[in-house]
Design a protein around this ligand. Structure first.
Ligand code: UD1
Ligand code: CA
Length: 457
């Protein structure tokens, strides 16, 4: 028995009130459709068909080349969409057709496996995934007979007041016998409040014909669908709980996991500590012994072992072992902070390397620069890297001491062990070991205050 999967993703998603196709809204940094595809791929199905709608061109790049794409021009309902998908599936009969909506990102492979297992074991015509939820509003309700057998599904909008009391909902995930599905779909009629061809009607049709139907009840958190931005936020929170609990189980500490926002591809080693209001995005990684937060946003950045990063923003930055970053540092792309270095309060860096043990503690801009090992950059130092036309490099040697408020007008090189006097504007290279001073002579007018008072009285 081949397993073929159909993912329904053509809906306009009008309830999202957004121009972005619904299935591209992200949960933990990944479009919803990618989550569903991931769960479905884990089943190693013989075929995956994705039904996309009018905005399908936006969705296609996220589908991978192992999927067949079918376009549903008009959203006439889930039954209609499934019928179109069947057009792309060989009609050998006897296959299991797994149908899943593109808006249930919390679906997990083990549940899909169980559903397919149930279907095989029982020789069901349809096996449907259900859940008992506290707030069933918006979902289709599972109808059972006096023997607790599934007999149909009624949509929320079509349900009577008493049917709306039912708390067992349709998760929108089913396994169908391919032959029976193909027979039943043409019998579905759009006589409901929405005037749509409901896939859910197939259940009642096949049941009434005497075919066996089965349901698998799973955890409500797996079937949560996203039809609105409020539901997207709720599902995001559930995913956060799932990802963060999995990480804590490996030995990652989180003081307040509800306030740690991680993209699914972020890697964190056991022994790392994440404090509240940390957002780690894209391919960011955090090594053992590092403490990140509070208040850190890091995108595609590497945080090394034992590093301490707080109240800061990192984009495309590499933070080495034992490095200290923040508070209030902005590390822009191309920043590399070598072992034991420090980038402190109100410092911005870009396309620059700070050498081992070097310190940029306060109020600096370091751009297009190489800072040597154990160099010290005084408060307020700025690399003037841009002349209005092009960017230029600043090279600072090992153990160099840059006095506070030095302007380093690039291109310029400061030799190893060289020193610049506070307040200097350095436009020429400084030789290793030399002191460069660029200041006017300090004048002093004695008794100035008293003389001024006399003048003004
Ligand atoms: C659907 C089910 C409901 C179930 C819920 C679970 C039907 C009639 N209702 O309701 O019983 O509780 O899912 O989340 O099936 N789609 C298409 N083409 C269409 C219409 C929809 O591809 O013409 C796709 C959507 O993009 C979506 C999925 O099918 O991914 C489900 O459609 P949606 O409109 O979200 O259905 P619900 O009202 O949530
Ligand atoms: Ca839905």
């Amino acid at each position: 028995m081949a397993v073929r999967a159909v993912i329904l993703a053509a809906g306009a998603g009008t309830r999202m009130k957004s121009d972005l196709p619904k299935v591209l809204h992200t949960v933990a940094g990944r479009p919803m459709i990618s989550w569903v595809l991931k769960a479905v791929r884990a089943m190693e199905p013989d075929q995956i068909v994705v039904v996309v709608g009018a905005n399908g061109d936006q969705v296609r790049p996220f589908l991978g080349d192992d999927t067949d794409v079918v376009v549903q021009e008009q959203q006439l309902g889930t039954g209609h969409a499934t019928g179109l998908a069947l057009g792309a599936i060989p009609s050998d009969g006897g296959d299991a057709i797994l149908v899943a909506p593109g808006d249930v990102p919390l679906l997990v492979p083990s549940t899909l496996k169980e559903l397919i297992g149930l279907h095989r074991r029982t020789g069901s015509a349809v096996s449907v995934l259900t859940a008992e939820v506290d707030d069933p509003a918006g979902y289709g309700r599972i109808q059972r007979d006096g023997w607790d057998r599934v007999v149909g599904i009624v949509e929320h909008v079509d349900a009577s007041a008493s049917q709306r009391q039912i708390r067992e909902i349709n998760g929108g995930v089913y396994v169908f016998d391919s032959g029976l599905l193909a027979e039943a779909l043409p019998k579905v009629e759009p006589n409901n409040v929405q005037g749509e061809y409901y896939l859910t009607d197939v259940i009642e049709i096949l049941g009434a014909e005497g075919h066996p139907l089965h349901a698998l009840k799973t955890a409500p958190s797996e079937t949560a669908g996203v039809n609105s931005l409020a539901q997207l936020a709720r599902v995001g929170a559930l995913m956060r709980t799932r990802l963060n609990e999995a990480l804590m189980a490996t030995g990652v500490s989180m003081q307040d996991p509800g306030r740690v926002y991680l993209d699914a591809d972020v890697r964190i080693e056991p022994g790392a500590m994440l404090l509240p209001d940390v957002y780690l995005r894209g391919g960011t990684s955090v090594a053992a012994g590092a403490t990140v937060g509070p208040d850190v946003t890091a995108e595609d950045s590497v945080i090394g072992p034992g590093a301490h990063v707080w109240y800061s923003v990192l984009r495309g930055a590499e933070v080495g072992e034992g490095v200290e970053v923040g508070p209030y540092a902005s590390l822009r792309p191309g920043t590399v902070l070598r072992k034991g270095s420090k980038v402190g309060t109100f410092v911005e860096t870009k396309k620059s390397t700070v050498g081992e043990g070097a310190k940029v503690p306060h109020l600096s801009y370091i751009g297009d620069a190489q800072v040597g090992r154990d160099a010290n950059i005084g408060a307020g130092t700025i690399t003037c890297n841009y002349d209005g036309i092009a960017k230029h490099e600043t090279i600072i040697g090992d153990r160099a001491f840059i006095g506070s408020d030095t302007m380093l007008v690039a291109p310029v090189t400061i030799g190893d062990d060289a020193v610049t006097g506070a307040g200097s504007t350095i436009t020429k290279d400084v030789q290793p070991g030399a002191l460069a001073l660029e200041r006017s002579v300090q004048k002093e007018i004695p008794d100035y205050a008293a003389r001024r008072r006399r003048r003004e009285s």
